[in-house]
Design a protein around this ligand. Structure first.
Ligand SMILES: [Mg+2]
Length: 426
C-alpha cells in the first residue's frame, strides 16, 4: 500500500513548534517580501480569509481579530521537512518526497493477512504510529492516508486529515467514497479539465474511474487515462528518477524595494549566480553559459507603459562551475543591459548547456595546474559554507549589506540550522 503523509498547515505548524503561544491563534505565514498568506492555521481559515490574501489588506483588521503573521522562514521549514523524511525511512526504505510537506511511503502488506478487515487494521495502526512519532519527534501534526495507488492515497489523506484520528485507509471497494467526490477534487484533474469532463457526464471521481479508456484517450490525454486507472486501484505513477540531474539551474528573487543602481543589480545577480554555481557543483555539472535578466516596473509618466525585461546571454570561454570564472564573465556584461532611470523589481539567472563533469570534453590547451587549483578552491569554499553555514565566505561581488534583499520583517530564527540562532531555555 502507498501512504501519503502530509503536514497540516505545514509552515504554521513549523512556527508553532518553536512558539507554542501560537497554538489556538489565527496564524498565517507570508510569502516572499511579506506579500500574501501562503499557510494558514485552522483558526485563520475559520475567519474566512482565503489563501493568497495580500498582507496589506489584512493589516488594518489584524489587531481587532488577533491575527498573527510570520515571514516565510524556509530554512527552518526545509530542515523540519528533512527530519520528517528521515523519520519516515524508519518505517520503510521506500519513501518519496513529493513536496516540502508531503511524502509517499510504500509499505508492504502484513504477511499472512488476507482478509480486508485485517489489512485495514494493520495500515490504520501503521498510520497512527507514523503520525504519533512525527508529532512527538518533530512536533508537526500530519494526516496519513493509505491506498493502493498514489491518486487514491491523496484522497485517503484528505479524508484522514479531517477525521479525529488523522488517519484513513481506503476500502478495497472505494465506490461509495469516490461517488461522493467531485471529479475536480481528483489529483491532476484541476480547474481546466474538470469542466470538460463534466460536460461529457463525468462528474464524480467514481465516474472517472469507470470511464472507458479509449474515450479518455480520444478526448483527453494519456495522463488522465492513467489517473482513471489509478482511481480503479492500479499503481501506475511510479517515482521519478531521484538521481535525475537538473536540466537547467535557475535562481531569481524579487527585491525588497525598487532598485535603481547598477551596483545593487550587479550584487543581486552575482549572489544568484553564486548560489546556482553551488548547485552545479553539488550535481557535478558545468554550464556552458548563463542568461541574466533584470525586470523593471512600468513607468508612470507621461502615460503608463508596461514594465519590461532587459537581458543578456553570456557564454563562458569553456564550460565551468567555478564561481570566480562565472562572476568574471558576468560582471563586465551587466553595464550593457542596464537601462538607467528604470526602477527594477526583480533579477534572475538561468544556467544553460549543462553537462556532467565526468563526461566532459577536456580542453587540450587548458592549464591543468591552474584548473586543479580552481577545483580545490571551489571544494574548500563549499566545505566551509556547508560546515559553518551558507555564505560564511563569499565573493565580494555579491555585496555585503545587500540593501536590495527581500523584506522579511516578521522572520523567526533558524533554530535548527544555525548555532547563533539556537533557542535559549530558561
Ligand atoms: Mg500540507
Amino acid at each position: 500500500m502507498i501512504g501519503l503523509v502530509d503536514g497540516n498547515n505545514f509552515f504554521v505548524s513549523c512556527e508553532r513548534v518553536f512558539d507554542p503561544s501560537l497554538e489556538g491563534k489565527p496564524v498565517a505565514v507570508l510569502s516572499n517580501n511579506d506579500g500574501c498568506c501562503i499557510s494558514r492555521s485552522n483558526e485563520f481559515k475559520a475567519l474566512g480569509i482565503a489563501m493568497g490574501t495580500p498582507y496589506f489588506q489584512l493589516r488594518d483588521i489584524a489587531e481587532r481579530e488577533g491575527l498573527v503573521f510570520r515571514s516565510g522562514n524556509y530554512e527552518l521549514y526545509g530542515d523540519l521537512s528533512r527530519r520528517i523524511i528521515l523519520i519516515l525511512h524508519e518505517f520503510s526504505p521506500d519513501v518519496e518526497q513529493y513536496s516540502i510537506d508531503e511524502a509517499f511511503i510504500r509499505i508492504p502488506d502484513p504477511p499472512g493477512v488476507r482478509e480486508e478487515a485485517g489489512r485495514t487494521d494493520f495500515f490504520f495502526r501503521q498510520g497512527t504510529l507514523i503520525r504519533k512519532t512525527l508529532l512527538q519527534w518533530v512536533g508537526i501534526p500530519c494526516g496519513v492516508g493509505f491506498a493502493p495507488s498514489k491518486t487514491l492515497a491523496k484522497i485517503a489523506n484528505h479524508i484522514g486529515k479531517k477525521s479525529p484520528e488523522g488517519v484513513f485507509v481506503m476500502p478495497e471497494d472505494p465506490e461509495s467514497i469516490l461517488s461522493a467526490l467531485p471529479v475536480s477534487e481528483v489529483w491532476g484533474v484541476g480547474r481546466r479539465l474538470a469542466p470538460q469532463l463534466k460536460r461529457r457526464g463525468i462528474t464524480t471521481a467514481w465516474k472517472l474511474a469507470c470511464a472507458d479508456e479509449k474515450f479518455l484517450l480520444k478526448h483527453f490525454n494519456v495522463t488522465l487515462a492513467k489517473t482513471a486507472r489509478e482511481l480503479a486501484g492500479e499503481d501506475l505513477f511510479q517515482e521519478e528518477d531521484p538521481d535525475a540531474l537538473s536540466k537547467s539551474v535557475t535562481c531569481s528573487r524579487s527585491f525588497g524595494q525598487a532598485v535603481t543602481t547598477l551596483d545593487e543589480l550587479s550584487q543581486a545577480v552575482c549572489t544568484y549566480a553564486a548560489t546556482g554555481a553551488v548547485k552545479l557543483r553539488k550535481e557535478h555539472q558545468t554550464a556552458s553559459g548563463i542568461n541574466v535578466y533584470f525586470q523593471y516596473y512600468p513607468e508612470y509618466a507621461p502615460y503608463p507603459s508596461p514594465g519590461g525585461i532587459t537581458a543578456a546571454t553570456i557564454l563562458f570561454p569553456s564550460p565551468t562551475n567555478h564561481t570566480s570564472d562565472i562572476l568574471a564573465a558576468v560582471t563586465p556584461k551587466l553595464k550593457g543591459i542596464f537601462l538607467p532611470e528604470k526602477r527594477y523589481k526583480k533579477a534572475g539567472i538561468v544556467y544553460f548547456g549543462l553537462e556532467n563533469t565526468l563526461h566532459a570534453q577536456g580542453d587540450l590547451f587548458a592549464d591543468r595546474e591552474k584548473e586543479e587549483r580552481k577545483e580545490n578552491l571551489s571544494a574548500a569554499l563549499d566545505l566551509i559554507n556547508r560546515k559553518y553555514g551558507k555564505k560564511t565566505i563569499f565573493h565580494l561581488a555579491e555585496g555585503i549589506e545587500k540593501p536590495w534583499a527581500m523584506k522579511r520583517k516578521m522572520l523567526t530564527g533558524r533554530y535548527t540550522t544555525s548555532w547563533d540562532e539556537i533557542m535559549e531555555v530558561k
